[in-house]
Design a binder for this molecule. Structure first.
Ligand code: NDP
Length: 357
């Protein structure tokens, strides 16, 4: 009997937004292609969830400006974080039903992977196999970024009553960073984000001490000084730009910045990290504020232990998780565009198919 060739829906990159523009839905298109049955050594996987992330904006450009990111080719499905379930296996390494994940998952419903693909990881935790979207967020790269970023760069000393500000606080990295900082003994956590609903989420559900809506607060620095007259000891920076300048104006001598991301400039043609204004650079020098570049992928040897800790915290209810879930592969581009302009609370994911139990 001839092996079955299945129809496969894919989202492809249709055109590039240009380095100085916001991405939009029309940069992406839905196509129907075919998926061949898998050959010896291969597995056929159905995509369960896809992750959309800010770094993808760089991959939409002809040049990403980064040594570790390549541009997405036009006409092909973009790749990024994804998790799926094996539906056919001709590899000894996987069996039907296994949950697998990869950083290089194409935006399509069905994917054939080599069973020897070094970037394809089989999930072993029964808990996470039942909640696969967590692998893209709080127990995946964004949770790891916050955990490792704090442990490596924040210098939190439990009990010393430090104050921390987090920008992009209601997003995937931000919500994790605030909770982890508290668990590590940070005295006060202030979140900055773009809506009142997000502010309420941070203070009422995640136990942040204060939250500031940067879109409606005229003078963010003044507000921080009012909330925390003793000054800021740690700044977890997800956004850069003017918000960060305001926070840096409130920082103490010998304080620390976790330079996580600079999303406010991802639609601009500037180097990463973008140069700081001269007066802000002077504050950094005069106050001896550390601001090292931080890239979670440089700490991969720490991933297994960090992942175990994050899973334990989530299971124990010590770290709460929230996701903004967009339904359907065809809406992946839309989900990315929405996340880039603040449409998400918590981790933005796309649900492509249901888990088969
Ligand atoms: P989020 O879930 O935080 O989503 C992005 C959020 O950014 C939006 O919801 C929006 O929230 C905010 N935002 C968008 N534009 C602006 C702007 N101009 N000014 C201020 N805020 C803005 O994304 P992630 O948690 O995945 O990523 C957060 C940051 O962490 C990014 O900069 C990303 O590049 C970085 N990152 C870094 C890693 C590393 O290894 N260093 C690894 C992973 C992520 P709002 O409504 O508040 O505006």
């Amino acid at each position: 009997m001839a092996a079955e060739i299945r129809e496969n829906k894919c989202v492809v990159l249709k055109n590039r937004p240009g380095v100085e523009s916001q991405p939009n839905d029309s940069n992406f298109a839905l196509e129907k292609r075919e998926v061949q049955p898998c050959n010896e050594g291969e597995i056929l996987v159905k995509t369960l969830y896809l992750s959309v992330d800010p770094y993808m904006r760089c991959r939409m450009n002809e040049e990403t400006g980064s040594s570790y990111l390549t541009p997405w080719p036009l006409g092909d499905p973009p790749t990024g974080g994804g998790v799926g379930q094996v539906i056919q296996s001709k590899s000894q390494n996987f069996k039907e039903g296994d949950i697998v994940e990869s950083f290089l998952w194409p935006w399509q419903e069905l994917v054939v992977f080599s069973g020897e693909n070094p970037r394809l990881v089989k999930e072993e935790s029964p808990y996470l196999c039942l909640k696969p979207s967590l692998l893209l967020g709080i127990v995946g790269i964004t949770g790891l970024t916050s955990y490792i970023g704090i442990r490596e760069k924040a210098h939190i000393n439990s009990g010393s009553n430090q104050a921390m500000v987090i920008s992009g606080a209601a997003g995937a990295c931000g919500m994790a960073a605030g909770q982890i900082a508290k668990l590590d003994g940070c005295g006060m956590v202030i979140g900055i984000c773009g809506t009142d609903e997000k502010c309420r989420y941070l203070t009422e559900e995640l136990n942040f001490d204060f939250a500031i809506n940067y879109k409606t607060t005229k003078d963010v620095a003044k507000q921080i000084q009012t909330l925390c007259p003793a000054g800021i000891d740690v700044y977890f920076d997800n956004v850069g730009g003017e918000i960060s300048n305001e926070v840096i104006r409130c920082m103490n001598q010998n304080s620390h910045i976790v330079l996580c991301g600079q999303i406010s400039v991802y639609n601009k043609d500037v180097p990463y990290p973008p140069p700081l204004p001269a007066d802000i650079q002077t504050i950094l020098s005069n106050k001896n504020i550390t601001r090292d570049r931080f890239l979670v992928l440089n700490y991969m040897e720490k991933f297994p232990d960090a992942k175990k800790q994050l899973e334990a915290w989530v299971r124990e209810g010590k770290v709460k998780n929230r996701e903004t879930v967009v339904e359907g592969l065809e809406n992946t581009g839309r989900a990315f565009v929405a996340m880039m302009s603040g449409g998400n609370i918590g981790k933005q994911v796309v649900r492509v198919a249901d888990l088969t139990q």
